[in-house]
Ligand binder design. Structure first.
Ligand code: SAH
Length: 257
């Protein structure tokens, strides 16, 4: 029987292919198999050897996605055949990337693996929009939250929203654009000032990056006025958003194609 291979669970970074880590790039260069998803920039696939097998497991035009169990199995299967496998995920694999489930499965199968962190969109997209997620004068705490909160007991949900509204200075919502009306309503209902600044940053770090800003009170309308702001997008809520006016650098310097 062939020797077992190894799986690298690699963060591809938020969009700009240059934002992958050196270690992530080295993994790609030695890959026999690359299993990649929708948000990993396809330009990165060029760094894998020409003969490497490339397997897409993101959403297809018919919205069908490879099931997580099938992905877990695929990674294990390829490694058991003796291959070096790179599982390439957008951003950081540990942030809403289900890396825990994949790693657990590999442990269960007795397969060696490494996690290679990446630059997450909730920090990178704001940085490219001129918004540092913390700042001594504006925010000393930062949370990442999914906009797709799973069904929870109502009392837990209340506690969570109260904490986000009252206890944390800057909040990045991932996968939240469809739920923006709910997110802003919950934050206001749980005590966040309606005038708190909000930025919605789409296609962060890519040439198409676009940002709209407003406040909790008017962000929904501002978004409706800017229909080009689509997924993937980060909703960033907090006073640090004010800095954008002064230090936005990327959108004002890039040359649009
Ligand atoms: N593991 C990823 C997040 C996966 S969840 C990470 O660490 O970044 C997918 C969500 O990430 C999207 O719905 C969006 O909210 C966010 N996202 C990913 N890429 C983005 C980008 N280039 N610009 C803005 N948001 C992005």
């Amino acid at each position: 029987m062939s020797q077992k291979g190894k799986v690298y669970l690699v963060g591809a970074g938020p969009g700009d292919p240059k934002l992958i880590t050196v270690k992530g790039m080295e993994c790609l260069q030695k890959a026999d198999v690359v299993v990649y998803d929708r948000l990993a920039n396809p330009a990165l696939l060029e760094y894998a050897p020409p003969q490497a097998e490339r397997i897409y497991c993101g959403k297809l035009p018919d919205h069908h996605t490879m099931k997580q169990e099938a992905i877990n199995q695929l990674l294990a299967e390829k490694a058991l055949e003796g291959h070096t496998v790179v599982r390439l995920k957008g951003g950081d694999p540990s942030v809403f990337g289900r890396v825990g489930e994949e790693a657990e499965h590999l442990v269960d199968c007795g397969i060696e693996y490494e996690i290679v962190p990446g630059v997450t969109a909730g920090i990178a997209a704001p940085a490219y929009a001129g918004i540092p997620v913390t700042h001594r004068d504006y925010g000393s705490s930062f949370a990442v939250v999914t906009g797709h909160l799973r069904e929870e007991k109502p009392e837990l949900a209340v506690e969570k929203w109260r904490a986000l509204a009252q206890g944390i200075d800057t909040v990045a919502f991932y996968m939240g654009i469809g739920n923006l009306p709910m997110i802003r309503a919950q934050l206001i209902a749980h005590g966040k000032d309606r005038h708190t600044p909000v930025a919605v940053i789409a296609w962060g770090t890519l040439p198409d990056q676009a940002t709209v800003t407003g406040t909790l009170a008017d962000i929904e309308q501002r978004l409706a006025e800017n229909p080009h702001i689509t997924n993937p997008a980060i909703i960033l809520v907090g006073d640090v958003v004010r800095l954008r006016e002064k230090i936005k650098w990327f959108e004002s310097t890039q040359v649009k194609a």
